[in-house]
Design a protein around this ligand. Structure first.
Ligand code: NIG
Ligand code: FE
Length: 438
């Protein structure tokens, strides 16, 4: 079955309904550039980040949700399964692995417009939080919402991500901040994951900030996170990771260590928000083998060498710096040139990064952190997968991996971070199922 190339004005099969059945074999042919990113087993560091393993006039064949073949078009077209496949001409397209957005906070209900205006008037993120705004002002919406209402907010965000080429997203709780509201948030994430063709990795972020009712008894809240929230999340299989905001005004290093130690005891993976506003001793967190340490704006020189040797990804979130109107950005060049495995993610959240767009993040990474377009793509795909410990299934186009693919209206991969403020993702495919397109 052949489908003409110029399908921009043609309805490709859409996945906006709730039932997801892996579609029949799909054959993408004649990609101007097929970015395979094949060839690694560990996170990419240094010069490896620039190697996209590009095939010109490339093709990908998928069946049953998996990639069956990735090669030049004339080779893949000879494959037996290609005969019955839905064939899509991609000669005006760059085709690449779907983005892995390894850091998002979609479990919220309302935008924080008052904070937004206050910041425009000169208040800082910390000023606003200290005055009762910030994360704490998102609590009420989540606590008062039903699980289904929260689910539909999350599904909306995931659909929007797919429109921009994302096929895997981490999804944190963190705006309920009570046992009940955090578990409800994680249940909503689980339900949203069922309704989206992509892959969702749930993270418990009960330790986002201390909620107002524990303002004078912060230790009691940490106890609840460790002794009530985490065991319940683990028992219900509701989270794969535990995250903590280790920062002035949130949780101390000692509290963060206690939280991560408990997570390890419950056999949950660990990750942390750290060095967003102030420097911290990363050695104290690396002992828990976090999959990722995120933000890293104020990473200390002495920690960079340790990170370069660790199996921990540094996930950089430049959309947050952009949205907070900061002049400085995380030191991507220093990290990459020192051998640290760097990933990029949106940090989608109502306070610092209300965007679902990985292409915007690529743009910010190139213009403000001086990452090359190739480095940005590796960081947003393969290394994003490593940050979720999913690299055996995600992050590159290789036979046997999940059929997670993004198709962009571009003929040179550098265009992905060159155009900004517009969406050039033509279509995404998640586990072999057509996702949303623009
Ligand atoms: O990653 N820093 C902590 N968490 C988020 C912000 C959350 C919010 O302000 O709602 C972040 O930037
Ligand atoms: Fe975050």
């Amino acid at each position: 079955m052949k489908i003409s190339l110029d399908s921009r004005d043609r309805e490709l099969p859409s996945n906006r309904s709730a039932v997801r059945v892996p579609s029949s074999p799909i054959l993408l042919v004649h990609a101007a550039q097929l970015l395979t990113l094949r060839g690694d087993s560990g996170a990419r560091r240094g010069a490896q980040l620039r190697e996209l393993a590009i095939i010109e006039d490339g093709a990908v064949l998928t069946a049953d949700g998996k990639i069956v073949a990735v090669e030049a078009t004339d080779q893949v077209s000879r494959h037996e399964l290609a005969r019955n496949a839905e064939e899509i001409d991609c000669s005006h397209n760059v085709v690449l692995p779907g983005f892995v957005d390894s850091h998002t906070h979609p479990a919220f209900t309302t935008p924080r417009l008052i904070d937004f205006e206050k910041r425009i008037d000169g208040a800082s993120y910390e000023d606003i939080a200290a005055a009762g705004g910030g994360i704490r002002s998102s609590l009420r919406g989540v606590r008062e919402s039903s699980r289904d209402e929260l689910t539909s907010h999350i599904v909306g965000a995931l659909e929007e991500m797919a429109v921009h080429g994302t096929t895997t997203a981490e999804a944190k709780s963190g705006y309920g901040l009570s046992v009940e509201a955090e578990l409800k948030s994680l249940e909503a994430v689980r339900e949203a994951a069922r309704q989206w063709p992509g892959t969702v990795v749930p993270t418990l972020l009960g330790a986002h900030v201390v909620p107002p009712e524990f303002h004078d008894n912060r230790e009691e809240y940490v106890r609840i996170v460790c002794e009530e929230m985490m065991p319940a999340a683990a028992k219900g299989n509701l989270a794969e990771f535990v995250d903590v905001f280790c920062e002035r005004g949130a949780f101390t290093m000692e509290q963060a260590q206690r939280i991560l130690r408990t997570a390890v005891r419950h056999q949950l993976g660990v990750r942390a928000h750290v060095c967003q506003l102030t420097p911290a001793d990363l050695g104290s967190l690396l002992e828990f083998h976090p999959a990722s340490l995120d933000h890293m704006d104020f990473v200390r020189d002495e920690d960079i060498a340790a990170l370069a040797k660790a199996d921990t990804v540094a996930t950089l979130l430049p959309a947050a710096n952009y949205f907070l109107g900061l002049q400085s950005f995380p030191p991507a060049r220093k990290l990459i040139d020192s051998g640290v495995a760097v990933a990029l993610a949106t940090d989608y959240n109502p306070g610092t990064a209300p965007t679902t767009s990985m292409p915007f993040v690529l743009s910010a990474a190139c213009t403000h952190m001086k990452m090359s377009p190739a480095e940005a793509i590796s960081a947003a795909t393969y290394n994003g997968a490593c940050a979720l410990r999913l690299q055996s299934r995600k992050g590159s186009l290789e036979a046997g991996k999940d059929a997670d693919i993004a198709i962009f209206d571009a003929t040179d991969y550098r265009e992905l971070s060159y155009w900004f403020g517009v969406n050039r993702c033509r279509q995404s495919i998640a586990k072999g199922t057509w996702g949303s397109g623009r």
